[in-house]
Design a protein around this ligand. Structure first.
Ligand code: FES
Length: 93
């Protein structure tokens, strides 16, 4: 299976909240985590650390593999952060 966004393979997504990931508009349902919304939008690399691509692993806040910069706050764990309208997410890719 190609790296196509999940949204293209599943039911239509609710669009309650819009935010940006590296300047690209992403939609999400209210209450969804940033990690969930990013994965659904097709994001597969959240950062590069130690020469490797990083993406969510534990989805419960312990591994920091999902950490990105959110509204200028570095190392924000996206699996623990709820989407907010207009938030600015920057990956470290
Ligand atoms: S996926 Fe492990 S801390 Fe977020």
């Amino acid at each position: 299976m190609k790296n196509e966004p999940l949204a293209e393979r599943t039911a239509p997504r609710r669009c309650d909240v819009a935010f940006t990931v590296d300047g690209r508009r992403v939609i999400a349902a209210a209450g969804e985590t940033v990690a969930g919304a990013m994965l659904a939008a097709g994001e597969r690399t959240f950062a590069r650390r130690y020469g490797e691509r990083r993406a969510p692993l534990c989805n419960m806040g312990t591994c920091f593999e999902c950490a990105v910069t959110v509204d200028d706050a570095p190392l924000t764990r996206t699996c623990l952060t709820t989407v907010r309208e207009g938030m600015d997410v920057r990956t470290d890719v």
